[in-house]
Structure formats: structure tokens, C-alpha cells
Ligand binder design. Structure first.
Ligand SMILES: Nc1ncnc2c1ncn2[C@@H]1O[C@H](COP(=O)(O)OP(=O)(O)OP(=O)(O)O)[C@@H](O)[C@H]1O
Ligand SMILES: [Mg+2]
Length: 329
């Protein structure tokens, strides 16, 4: 497992190591656990590649499997970042590789980085952690594991030739990868009765009727188009703005702990994971419409058969099929 700050040379080192092993006739499973500057699959997902020749490393091969993270940074999606890397690792082992290489993202500072790396190392129990650092940028991430059985921590200095790119350049690189991923994508309709949904609440509660919709519209000073009530949460979709202060009134009225309100425009262009029955990601999608009467979701996706989709995970980034990031919700 390779860790280091942005631009420290993690991907370059992984390429070097994978190439070295391939030239020895070994098979290398590469887990791309960087949802930002991804190397194998599209951004916002982790992916797995299997390589047996150095030449293959430079060709862009479609990932063998993917796990949907939901955003181009793991912040806000730490559980996905830990569970996906473990699920992909389990799949990688089934392929019987000689080496499993895990490339991580450049998030090294702050509580989220500490939690993420701590738990990823804990779950995966790697034999080697390669810490690439200029000075001591990742010491706080490896020191909690200093006494872990079976773990060897190698510290490598950052190459003097390594270049840190600007956040604009990183965004442009992500947008280019999204664009390539969605090239040739088409519309698909998915019936929400065929899938489970993981997100702010859609499909998790009892659908409220006309009378409640009217009442909620009044309380929230908005046009409520859909509402669901579950034991812990009221989930509401509005058409246009709503009164944020009155959310609490609505929550009290229905006697639930939480309320989650999302506008139709926040759902439009939302990036989603189209996942299979094991919740591995078959492909990314972009929401373009939710027909709340028929309970169908119209998405843009390069997947040309969505019949195996059993779970939809809503991300937190909006992106268009030309790759442009439209912001978070
Ligand atoms: N050992 C090296 N020799 C020459 N150039 C290097 C070396 N390591 C990194 N670079 C260059 O520095 C830049 C950043 O390297 P790389 O993309 O491997 O870093 P990274 O840690 O994966 O960054 P990110 O967190 O953005 O994914 C690249 O342009 C790469 O070619
Ligand atoms: Mg990288």
C-alpha cells in the first residue's frame, strides 16, 4: 500500500513497481484507491486492474471491478472508502495475483485522512506500507501502526523530479477522465422498485400521500413533489427553494429524529453508482430525471444493459456527461 501527499509520486512508484514485477513474469493486481486522480477507472470510484505485462500498464484497460465512492475526495465518504477497498481486495485475491498493489489518494492531513488511512491499513493488513514523504508528511498516519504484527513500513524520499500539480490542473484531469468515461453514454430507465437506494432517504420510507404533501408544501413554503416517512427520517423532494428554518417544524410535526430535504435541481446531474447485487459498481450514472409517479429514474450511463443493477448509490457530486463538475450538494 502506497501512501503520500498529492504529487509525491505514488502513481509513478506503483507504475514502476508493477512494471518491475510484470517483467519478472508476475501478475500484479492494482487497486486504484484514489477517487480523485484515478489511474484505472473513472474518478469517484475505486477500481481493480490486473496486469501481466509492462506494456499493458500504459494502455488504458477497463477496470475488472469498481466500487463507487460518491465523490472525487473520500472526505464525506470514509465508510465507502474503507469498505470498497476491502471488497476490491477480496476480489483481487480471488484472481491469485503475485502482488497486490494499493495506490491511495493524496489526502494526508486532518482527521479524515487519519481515520481513513488508519482503518484501511487495519482492514487490509498490508505486508508493506510504502510511505513517500519529503519530510514527515505521513508520519502521523503510519505511527499508529508502528507495532502492528507483520507490517513493514518503508520510507521513501520524494523524487526531486516529482511535481505537485495545481488544484485547477487536477480538476481538469478529473474532468477529462469523466468525459472519456461518459463518451458514447446513453439514456437508461431504471425502475426504483427493482433496486435498493443508498442516499439521503429515497426509497427507504413509506410514501406520503396528497394531504401530507400539501401540508409539507405549506410548512416548507415550497412545492413538495415527494415525501417519505421512515422510523428515523422524513425525506422530502421539493421543486425549487424551501424554507430551511421550517425544516425543524416539519420534523417535529412527523415526530422523527431527522429530516432530509433535497431539491429537484440538486438531483439533476447527480453522479450515482449503478451497483450489482453485491454492491460492486457496474458503472457510473448521471441522474437526469426521476419520475415520481412511476418511480423510475432516467440516467445517462455508458452501461448498455442495466438489468443487473440492484443497488443505486447516490453520490454527492454533480457532473455532466461532458465531464464538467457542477458542484456538490
Ligand atoms: N520518481 C520520479 N521521477 C520523475 N518524475 C516523477 C517521479 N515521481 C513523480 N514524478 C512526476 O511527478 C508528478 C506527480 O507524480 P504522481 O502522479 O506519481 O504523484 P501522485 O502522488 O500519484 O499524485 P496524486 O496524489 O496527484 O495522484 C508526475 O508528473 C510524475 O511524472
Ligand atoms: Mg496518483
Amino acid at each position: 500500500m502506497v501512501i503520500g501527499a498529492s504529487g509525491s509520486g505514488k502513481t509513478t512508484f506503483c507504475l514502476y513497481l508493477a512494471g518491475y514485477f510484470c517483467r519478472q513474469g508476475k501478475r500484479v493486481a492494482w487497486i486504484d484507491a484514489d477517487p480523485g486522480q484515478s489511474f484505472i477507472g473513472p474518478p469517484a470510484a475505486f477500481s481493480l486492474g490486473l496486469y501481466s505485462s509492462a506494456a499493458e500498464l500504459l494502455k488504458s484497460k477497463p477496470p475488472l471491478i469498481m466500487g463507487f465512492i460518491g465523490n472525487v475526495s473520500p472526505v464525506g465518504h470514509l465508510l465507502e472508502a474503507v469498505t470498497c477497498v476491502q471488497k476490491i481486495y477480496n476480489k483481487a485475491l480471488e484472481l491469485g495475483p503475485d502482488l497486490v498493489l494499493i495506490n491511495t489518494c493524496g489526502l494526508v492531513n486532518g482527521g479524515a485522512a487519519r481515520e481513513l488511512v488508519y482503518h484501511q491499513i487495519d482492514m487490509l493488513a498490508p505486508r508493506y506500507v510504502i510511505a513517500i514523504e519529503r519530510k514527515n508528511e505521513v508520519e502521523h498516519l503510519v505511527s499508529p501502526h508502528a507495532h502492528r504484527a507483520g507490517l513493514l513500513i518503508h520510507r521513501l524520499p520524494v523524487s526531486p523530479d516529482a511535481r505537485v500539480s495545481t488544484s485547477e490542473a487536477r480538476k481538469a484531469a478529473r474532468e477529462q477522465r469523466f468525459k472519456e468515461y461518459f463518451r458514447g453514454a446513453d439514456f437508461q430507465d431504471i425502475s426504483l422498485s427493482d433496486v435498493g437506494v443508498h442516499g439521503p432517504g429515497l426509497g427507504t420510507g413509506e410514501r406520503l400521500g396528497f394531504r401530507d404533501i400539501n401540508q409539507l408544501s405549506k410548512i416548507l413554503s415550497s412545492i413538495v413533489v415527494h415525501a417519505e416517512l421512515s422510523a428515523d427520517r422524513l425525506f422530502v423532494i421539493t421543486d425549487g427553494d424551501y424554507s430551511e428554518e421550517e425544516q425543524y417544524t416539519a420534523r417535529e410535526r412527523y415526530g422523527v429524529r431527522e429530516i432530509s430535504v433535497i431539491t429537484r435541481s440538486e438531483l439533476d446531474y447527480l453522479l450515482i453508482g449503478l451497483n450489482d447485487d453485491r454492491n460492486l459498481c457496474l458503472g457510473l450514472g448521471i441522474i437526469r430525471d426521476i419520475d415520481l409517479k412511476e418511480l423510475t429514474m432516467r440516467v445517462i450511463t455508458p452501461l448498455n444493459d442495466v438489468s443487473a443493477v440492484r443497488n443505486i448509490a447516490l453520490g454527492s457530486l454533480r457532473v455532466n456527461p461532458a465531464g464538467k463538475e457542477l458542484g456538490q450538494w
